[in-house]
Design a protein around this ligand. Structure first.
Ligand code: AKG
Ligand code: FE2
Length: 343
């Protein structure tokens, strides 16, 4: 395994989203290189207010403090999208998800499962139409990160001089909350994997532990920077870009060596609807760049991914072992490009 923490993840300043004069000549080049060589980058000056992030973070902590029986009510039809309880292989990890966020109905449904009789403890403080602080925080956060994600996709495509637009009506937001609760002297995390979706915008608290692998095979720690997000590009963006955009391998490795106990991370995934056909955008395919993937139905790929993951045997604490790697997309939809010349 490659040794870790010797390289820095690229940082992209997005202040030009609010102020066009802040656009730098090298922004597109830096962004394109980050997508091609890393499949991830840190987003700074993104314009999302600190309070929105802070309130989402504390809402997630409140929710994870609920009893397990309550959290289990967060059931979702899609595999792995509702409550994920800790397991013998990963005993200090739990996760909850809201498919469809920031859609209010989806968030309200999540709230109704968790608090079928409302949440009287905090209800009186707010007069907004949702009666819970947590729900208000989730709505504010997920609508802000959705807007930012759409902008980031647009700018990534511009950086590749691609004029095609992605049809955002094909997308679903999926807000996931990850919670790592480590007893003293224990190790915790998430095993090495690649995300199967298009793009994830991830907030992590100040604890640290997320690592990403560069295309050159070097692991880098994503240091928690105040007020930054990390963009993680997944298999579907790789397919859309005909292999140009890298699908970054990442993992979480934590050790509790001091009093800080919990780690919260909140990725917002921009996920295709299950029936969407994923096909490279036309600008990415030409004589010099032959098609690398067959068109595929996203839901079929998702099932393939989840099944491949189930087949991997993962032992406790081994966060370096891979659950779903870069080869997965190729195994499912890859076209063998002949390197031999025939006459
Ligand atoms: O907790 C983290 O920082 C990583 C989360 C992640 O990779 C995921 O949810 O897919
Ligand atoms: Fe991930």
């Amino acid at each position: 395994m490659a040794s870790s923490v010797i390289v820095e993840v690229p940082v992209i300043d997005f202040s030009f989203l609010k102020d066009a004069t802040a656009f730098r000549d090298d922004t597109y080049v830096k962004l394109r290189e980050a997508c091609e060589e890393w499949g991830c980058f840190l987003v700074v000056n993104h314009g999302i207010k600190e309070e929105i992030i802070y309130e989402m973070d504390s809402a997630a902590r409140d929710i994870f403090r609920l009893p397990k029986e309550t959290k289990q009510k967060n059931k979702l039809p899609r595999n792995e999208m509702g409550y994920i309880a800790s397991t013998p292989a990963n005993p200090f990890y739990e996760s909850l998800g809201i498919l469809g966020a920031p859609d209010r109905t989806a968030i309200q449904r999540f709230s109704d499962y968790l608090w079928p009789h409302g949440n009287p403890e905090i209800r009186d403080f707010y007069t907004w139409e949702f009666d819970d602080f947590q729900i208000k925080a989730i709505y504010a956060y997920s609508s802000s990160v959705e807007e930012l994600t759409i902008n980031i996709i647009r700018v990534i495509l511009q950086s590749f001089e691609v004029n095609s637009r992605l049809d955002t009506s094909q997308f679903w937001g999926f807000l996931r909350m990850n919670y790592y609760d480590l007893p003293k002297n224990e190790k915790g995390g998430m095993a090495t994997h690649v995300d199967h979706n298009c793009i994830g915008l991830l907030y992590q608290d100040g604890t640290g532990g997320l690592q990403v692998k560069s295309k050159a095979g070097k692991w880098a720690e994503v240091k928690p920077e105040m007020n930054s997000f990390i963009v993680i590009l997944g298999d579907c963006f790789k397919a859309l870009s005909n292999g140009r955009i890298h699908n970054v391998t990442h993992r979480v490795m934590m050790e509790r060596c001091h009093d800080k106990k919990f780690r919260v991370s909140i990725p917002y995934f921009y996920d295709f609807s299950l029936e969407t056909v994923v096909d490279p955008l036309p600008e990415f395919v030409d004589e010099n760049h032959p098609r690398l993937y067959k068109p595929f139905v996203y839901g079929d790929y998702r099932n393939f991914y989840v099944e491949s993951k189930k087949k991997k045997i993962w032992t406790k604490g081994d966060f370096g072992s891979e659950t779903c790697g870069e080869e997965n997309l190729y195994n499912f939809a890859g076209i063998q490009v002949s390197t031999t010349t025939s006459n």
